[in-house]
Design a protein around this ligand. Structure first.
Ligand code: ZN
Length: 288
């Protein structure tokens, strides 16, 4: 049995095959262009690897996850040119000969992979990615959370940092939501550099850590997960995740009942959470 996984991102698709989620035998990265070209190239690569028995896709969104919807497996109203209303799961499943397809958000896939790596079972965690945008996935008591669509944790509104009152934020929908304030492009828009390029004593480090810590506190306070795992390009800034963890503890001030068990950590799987998560979706789809 060979599983296929796709981490479908706005700038690149990571493709992988292997006999199990943790046993990736080959991987390949292709740039994201329009859906026709990108999905055809992905299908071609899988076909060259042999016979895939099930496919898992962790996708950028928004996506349709309601299994009763005719549009299950679609990317829905994304502003990304050409990708709105794209039947990504159906197109790829058919291209690979009608294999079962598991489909979820990229961040839920990453959360599943981190959950499995942490021991699986009934544990709960959140996965946040801080990069071009901010996304968040949740696994509660072992299951990914979809609600009536899927969470969009990147679009909560944090309290403004006192040293950051002037910046309007860059989210086209909300202005100064978390993504509008703390994503990579928001950092660049304010200070002209990435966070890792700013000097160690630049106030940007504390400001961004504060916003991310507020998001962690909100997650701990609303769904009582044990861990918030923070990945994505901005999270590679030296010291940032440690700073977020410390600030989140300070914001809680010893109140939350699970507080002593709350941790904010970097991904156990490094940059592989998304693709391993896609393989887990494939495994589940193959068993369904
Ligand atoms: Zn927003």
């Amino acid at each position: 049995m060979m599983l296929g996984g796709i981490e479908a991102g706005g700038t690149k698709f990571v493709l992988a095959v292997g006999s199990a989620p943790g046993a990736i035998a080959a991987r390949h990265v292709i740039p994201t262009r329009d859906p026709e070209v990108t999905l055809a190239e992905a299908a071609e690569w899988f076909a060259a690897q042999g016979t895939v028995s099930a496919l898992g896709i962790g996708s950028f969104g928004p996506v349709e996850l309601d299994p009763s919807s005719e549009r299950w497996g679609f990317i829905t109203n994304t502003p990304k040119p050409g990708w709105a209303d794209c039947d990504i799961a159906g197109t790829l499943g058919r291209a690979l000969g009608g294999v079962p397809v598991g489909f979820d958000t990229d961040v839920n896939a990453a959360a599943l992979a981190e959950h499995r790596t942490a021991g699986g079972g009934g544990g709960s965690l959140a996965y946040l990615t801080i990069g071009t945008g901010i996304g968040g996935g949740l696994v509660l008591e072992g299951r990914p959370v979809h609600g009536i669509a899927h969470p969009e944790i990147g679009h909560i509104y944090p309290r403004r940092h006192p040293q950051d009152m002037e910046f309007a934020g860059i989210c086209p929908h909300h202005g100064d939501c978390l993504e509008g304030l703390a994503s990579g492009p928001a950092i660049l828009a304010r200070w002209g550099k990435s966070l890792s390029e700013l000097p160690a004593d630049h106030p940007g480090h504390a400001i961004i850590a504060d916003y991310l810590a507020q998001a962690c506190h909100t997650i701990f306070a609303t769904v009582a997960v044990e861990e918030v795992v923070i990945g994505g390009g901005v999270a590679n800034t030296p010291g940032l995740v440690e700073r977020v963890a410390e600030r989140a503890r300070a914001l809680d001030a010893g109140y939350l009942p699970g507080g002593r068990r709350h941790t904010v950590i970097r991904p156990r799987l490094g940059g592989d959470s998304g693709i391993v998560g896609a393989m887990l979706l494939a495994e589940a789809a193959g068993k369904a």
